[in-house]
Design a protein around this ligand. Sequence first.
Ligand code: FAD
Length: 222
Amino acid sequence: MKVLIVYWHPEPLSFNASMFRAARDTFLQAGHEVRTSDLHAMAFDPVSSRKNFITIKDPSFLKQQAEEAYATEMHGFSEEIEAEIQKLEWCDLMVWQFPLWWFGLPGVLKGWVDRVFAMQRTYGGGHIYETGVFTGRRAFLSLTTGGPEESYRKGGFNGDILGVLRPIHRGILQFVGFDVLAPHVVYGPAHLTQEQRHGALELFATRLLSIPSEVPIDVGLY
Ligand SMILES: Cc1cc2nc3c(=O)[nH]c(=O)nc-3n(C[C@H](O)[C@H](O)[C@H](O)COP(=O)(O)OP(=O)(O)OC[C@H]3O[C@@H](n4cnc5c(N)ncnc54)[C@H](O)[C@@H]3O)c2cc1C
């Protein structure tokens, strides 16, 4: 497989950082090709603006999707955005590694999506969901929480984790055509013992090895 891992956490000694390294090393040792976007190390700027482009369609009014469509036609994405889009186009499995922040993606990772998932190049023109640009490729979320597992079950005080992740699963990944595999969640790593954290990393590596034979999940339409 060609695996793209997109990762953000502000602390290189964090548990997320350990999961990121475990994923990269496990896939490489299993013989897969791996590319990464370590957004913190890259100092990736999440703020979308005209700097996404080297072309300008309308200098008087910035309409991002119109500029994206024009940049697609004119090969007009900035070097930084073009490089990220090419990684997306290259992979057949994409993994996002992040801490759950406010029931969603942390801002830098969300900003990466805002800037990289460009209209006409990665979606649009009738190419969404089942006819999406990335049809036939797979993706999954690998994340940590502060809350315990029972709080993310149906009836738990945070609600079902698949409900929490649905805007990402349906509104981003499936929207551009990816098949979604089950998320990998390590609940409350800060509250685990060192031994339990080592165990969680081993379980993660074991799960990664089974990814080639996994089937997509039903993310639920509710
Ligand atoms: C702005 C914000 C919003 C948030 N919103 C939510 C929310 O909506 N829902 C929610 O549930 N939580 C929320 N949280 C909490 C957040 O999700 C957790 O704090 C985070 O996911 C924990 O993961 P971490 O990588 O930061 O853990 P860390 O605190 O980095 O790691 C836990 C421990 O693991 C240790 N560790 C690192 N590597 C290893 C290793 N290889 N082996 C063993 N131990 C290791 C670290 O030293 C540390 O002691 C929020 C936090 C913030 C700051």
